[in-house]
Design a protein around this ligand. Structure first.
Ligand code: GDP
Ligand code: IMO
Ligand code: MG
Length: 475
């Protein structure tokens, strides 16, 4: 925990939330530092998700005051392992296990109240004071049961062309947001307004479910009662997230933005249409939290030492042989949200280069190095060879991946355990060479290397945050 607050009085983050919009605490925080002292860092996945973002965000909260989710919903599954205890978070930011870290859910996140409270209740049952640490924007669009029904009905109807979604209603909820007919968290606090908007939404959704997909419809009354049942608890959590972040920044706080999914699943920039329905890239941190882009200092890109993908879509370095199976088993590559087996393949520098451009990645965190420990040879895809020649940066649409063949550079394995190693010097020479080669090919410095699932099993070459100074709590 970083030495800034008065933990004897209250958790650091809750204190930091005091005096800012939406908080019911009375005491305004004292402004004791200038705005340039803290840093705002966006952590994003540079592949197709599941890069280990949750583990890295949790680790970095030792020097952070706030963690913000800005896109996606409970399609995310972020795994934190602390002293052998595994916590999988879907909506709640990965700062929640740290005393004194404020966790924020920004307006860009689509929220299912039943999913949120299932997660909150599980954490509360473990003794985590979630109601002190968590705030969310009243502008978050709601995921309705009918969105889930539509997501699943569409996947079924598409058959072999299915995206392989998580079935959580993410796509249909974002469709309604863009079509300007979404219900938002703020609507839950106005019974009549909620009933009117829900009635209109369900008229449309049920028409599609009944007449287009020929499947069961969703009850207006049951949905209304269910969602009204969450209103009181949600009202205690709402806050003006953008303003909270600005106030924290002005006081020198260190802020982490926790990306969900991965850069290649971005709805605009990924392997469209095999993508999720939000902007997963770093630019989404600003629009999805209401905190302007010039307040952001750095982007930390998380990349696995190999590649995985869940669901359909192009994957040039995919291994459909025994090696793919080895990576899946050795890396426990089963989805944290749906339990689906992840597709596995070699490290893809061509895809990484696209992510570096799309996110302005300032440094890389390489995860799951230990999974490669037993291999004789490790391959890195350095280019695609396709009908129109050689590509060194990945294309941005699924069709453009057709007939692209990976061109590999082979590196020697190291045949010894790197599990839990905490300094680069202690890594076997070939493992160091693998990291150095990725760094030089990517043209971006590696600041973190993860050597195990546990928080502490990490080589911190350069912590993105300097140790924070006291910023005053006003408590
Ligand atoms: P996220 O969605 O990006 O947060 O990643 P997930 O949590 O879905 O998947 C990453 C998985 O790898 C989780 O099971 C983590 O506990 C695990 N993990 C993270 N870093 C490492 C590592 O360096 N080594 C190993 N062996 N496992 C890791
Ligand atoms: P985290 O945050 C990996 C994938 C789904 C599917 C596509 C669209 O844990 O990295 P959606 O339900 O979002 O409409 O599905 O996106 N997908 C993920 N893959 N990790 C995730 O999240 C994902 N969230 C969605 O498998 O291919
Ligand atoms: Mg995941």
């Amino acid at each position: 925990m970083c030495p800034i607050a008065d933990p004897a009085r209250s958790p650091r983050g809750a204190d930091l939330a005091s005096g800012v919009a939406g908080s019911h605490r009375k005491t305004p925080p004292s402004v004791v530092q200038g705005s340039s002292l803290g840093k705002c860092i966006v952590v994003i996945g540079t592949q197709w998700g599941d890069e280990g973002k949750g583990k890295i965000v949790d680790l970095l909260t030792d020097r952070a005051h706030a963690v913000v989710r800005f896109q996606g919903g409970h399609n995310a599954g972020h795994t934190l392992v602390l002293n052998g205890h595994k916590t999988i978070l879907h909506l709640v930011p990965a700062g929640i296990l740290r005393d004194g870290v404020l966790c924020l859910i920004g307006n860009g996140v689509v929220v299912s109240p039943p999913a949120l409270f299932e997660e909150v209740d599980t954490l509360v049952a473990q003794g985590i004071p979630v109601f002190d640490r968590l705030r969310l924007s009243p502008a978050c669009p709601l995921i309705l049961p009918s969105h889930i029904a539509l997501d699943q009905a569409r996947e079924l109807a598409w058959g072999t062309r299915a995206i392989g979604t998580t079935g959580r209603g993410i796509g249909p909820a974002y469709e309604d947001k863009v079509a300007r007919r979404a219900l938002r968290i703020a609507d839950l606090f106005h019974r009549e307004r909620l009933a009117t908007k829900l009635g209109e939404a369900l008229d449309f959704h049920n028409f599609l479910l009944k007449h287009y997909f020929r499947t069961a419809t969703v009850s207006f009354r049951e949905t209304l009662d269910l969602y009204l049942g969450y209103a009181e608890r949600l009202e205690r959590l709402v806050s003006d997230v953008g303003k909270t972040l600005k106030d924290l920044r002005d006081r020198g706080a260190n802020i982490l933005f926790e990306g969900a999914q991965g850069s290649l699943l971005d709805v605009d920039l990924g392997t469209y249409p095999f993508v999720t329905s939000s902007n997963t890239t770093a630019g989404g941190a600003a629009t999805g939290s209401g905190f302007g882009p010039c307040y952001i200092d750095q982007v930390l890109g998380i990349v696995k030492a190999y590649t995985t993908r869940v669901g359909g879509g192009p994957f040039p370095t995919e291994l459909l042989d025994g090696m793919g199976e080895h990576l899946a088993v050795r890396g426990s590559e089963f989805g944290a949200t749906t339990g689906r087996k992840r597709r596995c393949g070699w490290f893809d520098l061509v895809a990484l280069k696209r992510a570096i451009i799309n996110n302005s990645v300032s440094s890389l965190g390489i995860t799951k190095l230990d999974v490669l420990d037993e291999l004789d040879t490790i391959r890195v895809c350095v280019a695609y060879e396709g009908p129109s020649g050689r590509l060194e940066v990945a294309p941005t649409g699924a069709e453009d991946y057709a007939a692209q063949e990976p061109v590999y550079e082979d590196l020697p394995g190291w045949h010894c355990s790197t599990l839990g190693l905490r300094s680069k010097e202690s890594l076997p020479r070939n493992a160091q060479a693998y990291i150095d080669r990725i760094e030089s090919l990517a043209g971006v410095p590696v600041s973190l290397i993860s050597t195990g699932a546990e928080r502490e099993e990490t080589i911190v070459l350069e912590h993105p945050f300097a140790p924070p100074l006291p910023i005053g709590t006003g408590a």
